[in-house]
Design a protein around this ligand. Sequence first.
Ligand code: AMP
Ligand code: ZN
Length: 469
Amino acid sequence: MSFNIYNTLTRDKDEFIPLKEGKIGMYTCGPTVYNYAHIGNLRMYIFEDTLRRSLEYSGYKVKHVMNVTDVGHLESDTDEGEDKMALGAKRENKTVWEIARFYEDAFFEDCERLNIKRPTVVCRATDHIQDMIDFIQRLKEKGYTYIANGNVYFEIDKFKNYNKLANLNMDELEAGARIEVDKNKKNPMDFVLWFTNSKFSNQIMQWDSPWGKGFPGWHIECSAMSSKYLGDRIDIHCGGVDHIPIHHTNEIAQSEGASGHKWVNYWIHGEFLVVDGGKMSKSSGGFLTLSKLIEEGFSPLDYRYFCLQSRYRKQLMFSYENLSDAQNAYKKLKKRIAAIVNDMDENDTVNDASINAYKQKFLEQISDDLNIPNAFTVLSDVIKDNSLNNMEKVILIEDFDLVLSLDLLMIETESTGDVDEELVNQLINERNQARKDKNWAGADEIRNRLLEMNIELLDTKEGTTWKVK
Ligand code: AMP
Ligand code: ZN
């Protein structure tokens, strides 16, 4: 079955054809680590994770590369405003390095709580300064750069079809891009590749370069790092729709300028999370974090469930009321699944044909431009289907959860009465270790001890879950 996905470049749903059979190179623009990720950012990473998982479900091996922006991103995407990292440092009276590492860790903790897979490669901008310098050198050799007032600029008029991704006329692009005109630019949409003459005299992050001590512009990191880890042709590049007119447009100019050929085959963009009609953004303040949602009584997976209920190309309206509805629906779903698991007979026979038919239906939905809401309908059909036994249902739920990643087979602790969960989890960990060490007798002993405590284990591909017998 073909995997079809909306491609911003062609403005059409395209059949996905990889560059190398069975393999996918996927690059996603990562966080700027000067503050906590807000739940809008996290919606984007949930969408990208779901895309990756769907491709893996379809049989592809995905190499997923994500950058961490810890230098060079000014307040506006067009080289204007203050340095975001410096703003964070000033706000918290810390060094930029402390800010960067702290918020990078916080970001990956959030991702873990949301069951977002860690990318195959995570690359920090500050660890790749030399790669960026080399990339700028290539652009210079090809005649795309000029120096003005000490800074190195990319000259967009030298690059044919600069606006092919955004498909806006140049006036619209210009109007969107410009806040204040940098007098050094030949064209207002030229952008900085390397700053030496920064307006921030106290810039702490600085490196030597052929053009003098300075720091890279924001866009160059994605071109340099993606080419380092994925080569100069890649299958998929993702990000938020806000990146289409500036960041991704500039990335294309750099990458295709340097290589002289097409760079990305499928540009896949996610829509925004909005609140009261406006987009949620870090700069506007008052944004919501995952920790805030937890404080308000929601679990990270309530939020993941909430995001998965809408298509990634539609704006999603956030309100606590909407989130609360999603929380209730998710709880109900898990209760229905818990009843199935509790009622499962291990001796049930499994009919492969019915399993495969349902897997096929699920695949059809995720392959249709990631139609996750319809994939949930397939899940619900499985739960309702009286012709399936509980064993078959559990197999399918476990299978669909490879994409949904909602811990669907994890039984709620509510129903466990006065079980010492800490002890149960500790014993499960010990058993996992015993199994890793091929100490089967030890593993069985722990399983039996748990059985004596009335706890039954269920080993799934995703890990071990348990229920009260
Ligand atoms: P940033 O850390 O600000 O560079 O943004 C990280 C990612 O979050 C980018 O892909 C943005 O497009 C995306 N993003 C920013 N604001 C929102 C929002 N309100 N809803 C969804 N995605 C967003
Ligand atoms: Zn990027």
